[in-house]
Design a protein around this ligand. Structure first.
Ligand SMILES: NC(=O)c1ccc[n+]([C@@H]2O[C@H](COP(=O)([O-])OP(=O)(O)OC[C@H]3O[C@@H](n4cnc5c(N)ncnc54)[C@H](OP(=O)(O)O)[C@@H]3O)[C@@H](O)[C@H]2O)c1
Length: 365
């Protein structure tokens, strides 16, 4: 039984993972904003989703604040953990690049410093992203990940260049990933998990947000998405949140997982065309059939078409025709006896239905 410090415990990936970890008997200490006011609700949610509420507590903290916003007392409490699960992040498509950098990158620097103060520290678990794990993605950016991991100077120059590029508003997640990989080379015990686009629970569709899909859903719902970005081979691989949470709760405890990365996705995920068709069917709206290349759409969206179509330009970066190496994740799943839920298309439908029901409940924006 371990004590784990978790960021992002109120978020989509964090709360489902906390439910799994507490069910397994581990104690989760969540770093959260407004901890005292949110603890009771989160404990209730954890019990309702099969976790053990008594194994969860929240500490007041803020990933955007210096020193993670922890008081001396809270920092003392956090130091008792033996692992850190960094599942927090600023993931909204907004222009606040400085805030994103603080939450997604500088907080990782602070968390590493905290880990170094932990007397029984064993493991740093980071939720990165499936694209970051792809060499094809890095060559599209015109950099080699290995070179940036090897050289801090090269990495700084590369990120300066990338930040200047108009299609790369934010590099904070990449920077955090490269930093952790570099630290792993010098023996810092990191396990990186690269989730695909996360959808809701495989059997209920429940998800706290389907943020990366919202642009597509809104565009089809409003009929403003006349053309579909990308080619007929393009896809955004998917993973259901329940499978991802089980994986995150178990794989980092495998003895060989130090220094490993695990890309967790379903290879049977639909192409973008079929994803759009499924959304359109659920909405009873026509599916867009015409295609336009991403390179053409990006400047148009940036020029203001994003407001008309409801598609944020950053969401286009998730569309790709890459293949991903899932071999370590497959091996871990095998050893752990984890079987991914069978029908990813069915889970996608349930997730869209759950999302639409939530939107109806919330009423018009
Ligand atoms: N969802 C996906 O499809 C996906 C795929 C690949 C990778 N990821 C990565 O996985 C991580 C978690 O994603 P998610 O989908 O679970 O996101 P999410 O639902 O938006 O959750 C983000 C979490 O981070 C917390 N957070 C944000 N800013 C904070 C701050 N200043 N101080 C303290 N906590 C803060 C949020 O707390 P509040 O409740 O206070 O806002 C929330 O708990 C992110 O790094 C994301 O890039 C996600």
């Amino acid at each position: 039984v371990k004590t784990l410090l978790m960021t992002g415990v109120t978020g989509l990936i964090g709360r489902w993972t906390a439910a799994e970890l507490t069910r397994e008997g581990h104690c989760v200490v969540g770093l959260a904003r407004g901890a005292a006011a949110r603890e009771a609700d989160l404990k209730r949610w954890i019990s309702d989703h099969g976790g053990n509420r008594d194994n969860l507590k929240l500490l007041e903290g803020d990933l955007s604040a210096p020193g993670l916003g922890l008081t001396m007392e809270a920092r003392g409490e956090a130091r008792k953990a033996s692992s850190i699960y960094n599942l927090g992040g600023h993931v909204r498509w907004d222009e606040d690049a400085a805030l994103k950098r603080r939450v997604n990158y500088a907080a990782v620097v602070d968390l590493i410093a905290l880990a170094e103060e932990m007397p029984t520290f064993e493991r740093f678990v980071q939720a990165s992203g499936y694209l970051i794990a792809s060499d094809q993605y890095w060559s599209a950016l015109r950099f080699t990940r290995r070179a940036l991991v090897a050289s801090e100077v090269q990495a700084e120059a590369a990120f300066r260049t990338l930040r200047r590029r108009k299609d790369m508003a934010d590099t904070s997640n990449l920077e955090a990933d490269i930093l952790l990989r570099r630290r792993a080379l010098s023996g810092f015990p990191v396990t990186i998990v690269n989730p695909a686009g996360v959808i809701g629970h495989s059997r209920t569709g429940e998800a706290q947000q389907l943020f990366w899909l919202e642009g597509l859903i809104t565009g089809i719902a409003q009929g403003t998405l006349a053309v579909l970005p990308g080619t007929s081979r393009d896809w955004t691989p998917l993973v259901t949140v329940d499978y991802l949470a089980k994986f995150l709760a178990r794989a980092p405890f495998l003895p060989w997982s130090t220094g490993e990365e695990f890309t967790v996705l379903r290879k049977e995920s639909p192409t973008l065309l079929n994803l759009a068709k499924t959304i359109a069917e659920e909405l009873r709206r026509p599916a867009p059939t015409r295609r336009a290349p991403v390179w053409l759409l990006k400047p148009l969206l940036r020029a203001g078409l994003d407001k008309v179509t409801g598609i944020p330009v950053e969401s286009l970066s998730f569309i790709n025709s890459f293949t991903f190496d899932t071999s370590t994740a497959d091996r871990a799943a095998d050893e752990l006896g984890l079987t991914p839920p069978g029908d990813i298309e069915g889970s996608l439908r349930l997730s869209i239905r759950y999302y639409l029901a939530q939107q109806t409940r919330r009423g018009p924006a």
